[in-house]
Design a protein around this ligand. Sequence first.
Ligand code: PLP
Length: 394
Amino acid sequence: MTEFSENIAALQPSATIAVSSRAKQLRAEGRDIIDLCVGEPDFPTPRFIADAGVEAIRAGHTRYTPAPGIPELRAAIAADLQRLSPGAGDIEAHGIVVSAGAKQALFNVCFSLFGPGDRVLIPVPYWTSYPAIVELTRAEPVLVDGDAERSFKVTVDALDRAAAGGAKGLLLNSPGNPSGAVYTKDELEEIARWAADRGIWLISDEIYRRIYFEGDLAPGILDLPGELLERAVLIDGASKAFAMTGWRIGFSYSAKALAAKVSALQSQTTTHAPTPSQHAALAAYRADPAQLDECRAMQQSFNVRKQLLTQLFREKLPDVEFVDPAGAFYLWIATGGLANAGENSVEVCERILQSTGVALVPGTAFGDDRYLRLSFAASEDTLRDAVNRLATGL
Ligand code: PLP
């Protein structure tokens, strides 16, 4: 008998953090390492946002706030969502619960909706925390293979087959980490209609929505007809959009009844997102377009890097296949052109790290052992150097 609870029986530390620690260890030993494991923008938080956080501390905003966040921030997020999806019905601040990062928002929502006996559909490849979060609720993650012909986006047929044994929820992520795939509005609508018809909760993680290469903003569920969204939850946050990963600000937007439960859960756990961070995020969500020039420049630089990186791969590693990303900042690379016979993705990554110093994340962390993830949250020179090392070292 173990001392630990069933709650955490299957729990493992985040796989992406494990690889990144290995890269850091080699660097500490004096090796010249290019770490392309990172899941965060390599840009500082824009100055006006950081200043708002500092000013908040000086002004004494260092005490508890209401559990779902300060009213001004919830209102500013609601207004921003309305601006981004002008066709959506009234987006109400009381549907928003601000949390310590999108990860906590996801956890809160899953814990409020799912429990023992429930099945939750997760398209593969998935962001590494999805199955772990579903398991923490003691529901069963049901993995659904994405369609390799469509950048690994999942089809309604595949969802239908997976839901045959029952399903209470679906975790969708667009733009996707690690695939970079982006669902079109029509594809989202087809999936939302499928879920709504079956009473399945659709949890749409749109944290990379502003890092999109085919326009200003990737399609999101708030662009869909309201009648499809009664059982839908939006997850988003400031981490990637405003380069604020360490501030820990994310949110969920849902129907009022669920938001009240999510808020109650949070009030019994972390209480609320950090107060100074909420004030910094308020500056970000309230900013006028001119203030957001720096964020737009960051978003554009991800597009420039994706063009550069995909071009370099085609030129220098022509046998290596990858998904051409439409958003986020990851390249999802098939191990086919890189692996020795019989090697799994962890072994390929370890060999690449040892022989070239380039740190990548094994696809097994995202549910597909035939792939690796490269993060292009790194400068153009770093990316050039990494591809050269891969092309010459392997
Ligand atoms: N969702 C996806 C798809 C992510 O990639 C990440 C972070 O890497 C998160 C959620 C969590 O974001 P946060 O740092 O706001 O918790």
